[in-house]
Write a protein that binds this ligand. Sequence first.
Ligand code: CTP
Ligand code: MG
Length: 400
Amino acid sequence: MTLSPVPRLAVIVVAAGSGTRLKGGAPKAFVGIDDRSILHHALRGVVAATTAQVVVVVPSGYEGEALTDARDAAGDRADLLTVVVGGATRQESVAAGLGALWADVDTVLVHDAARALTPAAVFDRVIAAVDAGAAAVIPVLPVVDTIKRVDADGRVVGPVDRSELAAAQTPQGFRRSVLEAALASVDTDYTDDAAAVAAAGHDVATVEGDAVAFKITTGPDLDRARALLATGSSASVVRPPVHDAPRVGIGTDVHGFGGEGTLWLAGLEWPGEEALSGHSDGDAVAHAIVDALLAAAGLGDIGTHFGTDRPEFAGAHAEAFLAHTVGLLSAAGWRIGNVSVQVQANRPRFAARRLEAERALSAALGGAPVSVSATTTDGLGFTGRTEGVAAFATALVLPA
Ligand code: CTP
Ligand code: MG
């Protein structure tokens, strides 16, 4: 075996968490996405993106399994791997990883194994920023949802200006000396390394993250990772899959009247109209569109991605659902051709606001054309008795 030259870059892959929210029957990193574990996919991504010492931090008792998995993922770069046992918190696990760094390493990336599908381009951007002189750099995504401050009783206390917010991802990159000194000096437990480095007084730079670098935290996240891998070859770990033909999908939804507050339907608020009930705002039009888009892209359905275990979508309006769906499609290599949706309802009367609804829905879908039509059912059925609203959508998606 030829030995790789000693690298000056190291990637600490933290995989020592228990995965209490995923409930996958094993520590999270050892749960399968397809026939490979989360850890295997994460390490394949690291090895494809970098030439680095790779320190894998795992729960006690999993060192052997991790080494086998890691050697398989690293291929002819297996001599650059080190496996160590982590601690009770993520920060302790990072510290354990730091303890295993080779002497020549001067730049350290810390990466969550749970961000198993992170594209190589994110690694490239982080490494470039550290090389350009940043002491600390993190990949971030803009926050697209409207954010509220909520008190312990679940009441909205006030809005938060989302233009100031960003969602932090990994890999987070550091000059080794900066990260070591920061972790040695902090006495608080931070959920990421950049927070510890910022607390130690350093500027933290940002680069663009990627929707595909999402963290597998809950069951629906795992489904999303499975869907992403299933729609393409293993190359989808690095780039979204390439499709060669359009696809269509259908979605329907029904909500009954009897919700709280005012009616929200087709992305519009309808003052004076009875609200629909549901986990979110009951916007059957938006939900039918989401189902049609997900079906067209082969990404499951609304329950896969917005189930009741996603509390951030409770009470959310069409804009949040549709924007998140656009992100899912784009991560899977699709863009939206057009959407057509028909509402069956006695109330509200759509005629006067049809164009407004089309514009609101289209804006939430990044500008894709949306047609809205509405009909009554001649007094027949539940919509005819004004008990609720039904919506039927079709969507066309195109290769991105
Ligand atoms: N992690 C770690 N050591 C810990 C806790 C977390 O190495 N003591 C790692 C996880 O393995 C994961 C990353 O930090 O790759 C992000 O943590 P999180 O997503 O919270 O994973 P878990 O802690 O495993 O999940 P949960 O919080 O649901 O139990
Ligand atoms: Mg955790």
